[in-house]
Write a protein of this length. Structure first.
Length: 183
């Protein structure tokens, strides 16, 4: 880990954190994202601070520090909600879901992912919604709810661009429903 300079700008800290993350130095990235969040907060920029806390949470999930990731992301969805930023609110809930999933708190993870998907739909961020629905599908399987898992995956596939791969996947996803209905 590196020593953080107290006189570094939040932008500089954020850039250093992103570089550490890109280099797969997740613990260092998390530390720098936390410092950037604190610096933004001190400058009276709560939205940027919340963004850095979300980035910190992602880095901590990558590092396998799920409890710390949950603590970092906690409350950021409300900050974005109060600002009317549906996209970042949805992303924050998706990050919360990932931390909860890492903690094997399946029900809470599913609820966070579901809420995230709904917000991302409203915000028009299909790419992020697809990723969240895929995560929701995996959690639903963990909860022994294969029908809901298939529905979540079907929703994710429906939001992807047209391709042969998408067509084939849609056909495969329909097969269990045909079998379940008896034909």
């Amino acid at each position: 880990m590196t020593t953080l300079s107290s006189d570094a700008s939040p932008e500089k800290l954020a850039a250093e954190a992103k570089a550490a993350y890109a280099a797969e130095q997740y613990a260092e990235a998390a530390e720098k994202f936390a410092a950037a969040a604190e610096a933004y907060q001190q400058q009276g920029q709560p939205l940027e601070a919340a963004e850095m806390r979300n980035n910190q949470s992602v880095a901590l999930v990558q590092a396998g520090a799920f409890a710390e990731a949950l603590a970092a992301v906690e409350g950021t969805d409300r900050i974005f909600s109060e600002a009317g930023d549906l996209r970042r609110q949805g992303l924050a809930l998706g990050n919360k879901g990932a931390a909860l999933e890492g903690l094997k708190r399946w029900q809470e993870a599913a609820a966070a992912y579901q809420q995230a998907a709904e917000l991302l739909e409203k915000a028009g961020d299909k790419e992020a919604k697809v990723a969240v629905l895929q995560a929701l599908s995996a959690v639903k399987l963990r909860l022994n709810d294969p029908v809901e898992a298939l529905i979540a995956m079907q929703d994710a596939v429906d939001d992807q661009p047209r391709s042969v791969k998408k067509w084939l996947l849609k056909r495969l996803l329909k097969a269990p429903f045909r079998l379940w209905r008896g034909g």
